[in-house]
Ligand binder design. Structure first.
Ligand code: SF4
Length: 918
């Protein structure tokens, strides 16, 4: 086997383009020349969509090393950069851009060599998959063919390889136990390990967390604890100590809910200190549970493999099938499927392989007993610890299939996000996209579309033929749902030619929203308008639409009744699995019936008096001036009201914990505000509160620099400031923006210049890479910098040198939406008023962004805000003792270049402005 594969290779970065021929000579070339070369002969490339975007040639194809890696090492992690690939394969890194093509050749050779190696861990299934991939013309198939030998015995097909889950008896209810504080401390010591530093803050925190597990003394009155724990307290082990003790003593299940996938990953690792990977019977004591749309649906995959997908998506389906055989749990989004795999195929292929639309046929599915989603649900019912996310906990509580599985002890980590998660979970939207989804769920595919997508009639065909009334109800529902929007609805709305009463309503919503728009139109963003002073014609159309929706709901309710009757008086042919399927159908029906009822209520209220509990508005959603949805939205003014009813009330113990649970105004932490946002007041609860401050020495490890000489709106100045800050710090900068457009234009101006200096710059919404992978790339390369928006402000956990400077382009003011205005107005009636409401939002965002900088005791760095108009009252967002300075850019650059803690001569004009808080 040669040490480098003799195929030509191409590498393109912002710094230039390099070609290496099969003979082994590398040269820099113009983009046009590279495009001609790859069009002529397939080249080795790494991340084809990224190379395509660097070359400005979207049709680029080639032999992508990432696809080969996904085939050879399915379910294995690899940062999709030359450096990441080199590390994953144990090769020497390329020292410079021009050495990358040679690395690609070596990497290809190494992967081929692996395929020939007797010890190849992922050999099983490779030969069969390769034959299928050859049939769908995977470019690697021919190259790889001679290196993957045919197995002596036929390989097991994926669907026979996957293990079946076992039905298990319901767990008995947990015993009522009281945890002793000394026992909690003992457990904490065991988890932190012998010789670990004794941290008083963590011990106090763990004892406090233990109290939520005490037996409840009143019905509908859970123990509620709000625990603020500064970064570095060690809160994860702090709560896992009492949680693991309680689970062991009581035989019950504790749910820990997070907002980000990062924290879920971290929790999975940390929980290994308290629980083994498997119990003696093989079942897992710790289960990560996500929404069903995250998991691979085997039935969708089977359809895709058997002709449902063609062209590139078919290749993706085969690579996913290979992964599925090695995956830990079938989680496609944030699990062990590489985040970059989906983007290599530039399509929504991954989403089409999950169960996005609730079309699962449950026990009617031939793969039911192997289904990843069913396995995860069953495992979690038996688990000691379930690691979930806020949205899933709330959805499960609101409309979970199985009451016995609803969590009763819940620890909400990243608790400052519970309000937002409740806000979206308990909201309703009657939009074109939502209603077309409902139509598809009822009617099924209406054009000659491929795949399994089936409507209600096909999913319940056996019931329809057995139960006449049930069959008639299905027919009536399918007939009535013809009034819902169908394909092409957006174009019809734009032309003023809506079809059916719901499209007619949406057409009027759209026209009114544009008519009343004050400023959003030119900006290209979404526009919205309040539901007030409506024209009579719109109110009338809404009434017609409401009646049309009721015509769908009524037969669905009838069908629900028939299904109940069938289960109660089950025919002989309906076995256990059949019953489970009918139960599943009843559950999905109930959810759609509720949805329709909510839409009818929203429509009926138009033109009437406003309900003070809700905020309603019309919106046209747009992206770069391109419309993608139109509709009516409703949110609770206080979403913690339904949260209290649905989540808190049935629970026995709940903790909300975070480093930023309270607003830090100049007067100190605002506990009354945090209690109000916990939903406690709706149950008349008085929650316990606890606070543990961060042990980090912020005064010595961080500096906040407010740059005073970059004028608002000066894009060239802003871009120049970003470039110079990145150069000064030698990379390691996380740049946060409040507007995508500004971020793109800054990136476009500076990426080439920085790349030439060996400082790669990545950006969300610019690079064709998902956010999780962008963060992996950033973490892996201390010279890289990353630009992004909101998702990065909260979700990036990059300890160490890779992140040493956070730069915010401006003060993160809340967007003045209708919902924001309504909540602000409600806040105005309370002490402190509307201004305080806005300030609290901004301070929370600043605190979160600052929190990215110092993750461990060893971290140090600068937090830079490029905005002269930074009000002093917001400075309390930063941790106590953090030095804050108002400086000109030149001085900021010096300070960043020298690192935190170095003496920098202060310019006379900024000396006065230097301020160290408290
Ligand atoms: S049981 Fe449902 S989700 Fe699971 S594989 Fe079958 S159809 Fe897909």
């Amino acid at each position: 086997m040669p040490s480098a594969l003799s195929l030509p290779a191409l590498h393109a970065s912002h710094a230039g383009t390099w070609l290496r021929d099969a003979g082994g000579s590398t040269r820099g070339c113009a983009k046009g020349e590279a495009v001609m070369a790859v069009a002529d002969t397939p080249h080795l490339v790494l991340n084809a969509p990224l190379v395509a975007s660097r070359l400005g040639y979207p049709d680029l194809s080639g032999l992508d090393l990432l696809e080969l890696f996904a085939f050879v090492h399915p379910a294995r992690f690899c940062v999709p950069t030359p450096k990441g690939l080199a590390h994953a394969l144990g090769l020497e890194e390329a020292g410079s851009d021009d050495a990358v093509p040679a690395l690609l050749q070596r990497a290809a050779a190494r992967l081929m060599q692996t395929c020939e190696d007797e010890g190849w861990a992922e050999r099983e299934g490779a030969w069969s998959t390769l034959q299928s991939l050859a049939r769908v013309r995977w470019p690697w198939a021919q190259v790889l063919g001679p290196h993957v030998r045919k197995p002596e015995r036929a390989e097991k097909w994926l669907f026979s390889r996957l293990p079946e889950w076992e039905e298990t008896p319901e767990r008995p209810q947990p015993q009522q136990v009281l945890l002793d504080e000394l026992e909690i401390e003992g457990q904490l010591e065991r988890l932190t390990g012998e010789g670990a530093e004794r941290r008083e803050g963590q011990r106090t925190y763990a004892r406090g967390a233990g109290r939520v597990f005490a037996p409840r003394s009143k019905e509908k009155r859970p123990h509620l604890l709000l625990a603020q724990a500064g970064t570095g307290i060690g809160k994860t082990l702090g709560y896992l100590a009492p949680a693991s003790l309680w689970a062991e003593r009581s035989g019950g299940t504790v749910w820990v809910s997070t907002y980000t996938k990062n924290l879920q990953r971290q929790l999975r690792q940390e929980s290994a200190r308290a629980w083994p990977a498997a119990r003696p019977d093989g079942s897992p004591p710790v289960v990560v549970r996500k929404g069903r749309e995250n998991y691979l649906c085997l039935l969708n995959l089977e359809d895709a493999l058997q002709g449902g997908f063609s062209g590139r998506p078919a290749i993706l389906a085969h690579l996913v099938a290979r992964w599925a055989a090695y995956s830990r749990d079938g989680d496609m989004i944030g699990g062990d499927l590489p985040g970059w795999l989906g983007t290599l195929f530039r399509q929504r292929g991954i989403a089409a392989l999950t169960d996005q639309r609730g079309e699962c046929v449950y026990a009617g599915c031939p793969h039911y007993r192997k289904c990843f989603i069913e396995r995860s649900a069953r495992n979690s019912a038996q688990a000691d610890l379930v690691i979930a996310n806020h949205a899933l906990v709330m959805v499960n509580a609101a409309r979970g299939r199985d009451h016995a599985q609803r969590p009763t002890r819940i620890l909400f980590d990243e608790g400052h996000h519970v309000f937002d998660a409740a806000d979206s979970t308990f909201s309703a939207a009657l939009t074109g996209q939502e209603s077309i989804e409902l139509r598809r769920w009822i009617v099924g595919p209406e054009r000659a579309s491929r795949g399994r997508r089936r409507g209600l009639a096909a999913r319940l065909a056996d019931i329809a033929s057995y139960d006449e009334a049930g069959g008639e109800a299905i027919e009536a529902a399918v007939e009535a749902s013809q009034v819902l929007p169908s394909e092409g609805w957006l174009a019809r709305l734009a032309e003023g030619m809506p079809e059916g009463p719901v499209e007619a309503f949406l057409g009027q919503v759209r026209a009114l929203t544009y008519a009343r728009d004050e400023k959003g139109q030119e900006a290209g963003y979404g526009i919205e308008t309040e539901v007030a002073q409506l024209p009579g014609e719109l109110v009338e159309t809404a009434g017609v639409a409401a009646r049309a929706l009721a015509d769908i709901r009524v037969p669905l309710m009838k069908l629900g009744g028939r299904l109940e009757a069938v289960v109660e008086d089950a025919p002989d042919w309906l076995d256990g699995q059949g019953r489970a399927r009918v139960e599943g159908a009843r559950h999905s029906l109930a959810w759609r019936i509720d949805l329709l009822a909510a839409w009818e209520a929203m429509l009926s209220r138009l033109g009437g008096p406003a309900d003070s509990e809700f905020v309603d508005w019309f919106a046209v959603d747009r992206n770069d001036a391109r419309e993608f949805d139109v509709g009516l939205h409703r949110h609770w003014l206080d979403p913690m009201k339904p949260f209290a009813k649905v989540v808190l009330e049935p629970a026995h113990g709940v903790m909300l914990t975070s480093a930023t649970l309270t607003d830090r105004s100049e007067a100190g932490p605002d506990w009354p505000g945090a209690i109000a946002r916990s939903g406690a007041a709706h149950l008349d609860l008085q929650p316990a509160i606890a606070q543990a401050d961060s042990p980090f020495d912020y005064a010595a490890r961080a500096e906040v620099l407010i740059v005073t000489d970059i004028a608002r709106g000066d894009i060239a100045g802003l871009a120049g400031a970003y470039a110079r800050l990145i150069e000064a710090s030698g990379g390691g900068v996380l740049g946060l923006f409040t507007a995508i457009r500004r971020m793109r234009s800054v990136h476009g101006r500076i990426a080439d210049r920085l790349a030439r200096a060996g400082l790669p710059l990545y950006a969300q919404h610019v690079d064709p890479i998902d956010t999780g992978t962008l963060t992996d790339i950033f973490r892996d390369d201390p010279r890289a910098s990353l630009l992004g928006t909101d998702a990065l402000r909260d979700g990036v956990d990059v300890p160490g040198r890779s992140l040493r400077c956070v730069v915010m382009e401006s003060v993160p003011w809340p967007r003045p939406t209708i919902l924001h205005r309504a909540r602000r107005a409600a806040a105005a009636e309370r002490e402190g008023g509307a201004g305080r409401y806005d300030d609290a939002i901004i301070r929370a965002r600043l605190a979160q962004a600052f929190g990215r900088l110092i993750r461990t005791r060893e971290d140090a760095g600068h937090f830079v805000v490029l905005s002269p108009a930074f009000p002093s009252r917001l400075l309390s967002a930063f941790p106590e003792g953090t030095p804050v300075m108002r400086v000109k850019l030149a001085e900021a650059l010096q300070r960043v270049a020298q690192g935190v803690g170095s003496a920098v001569e202060t310019h006379p004009e900024s000396e006065e402005a230097v301020k160290t808080r408290r």
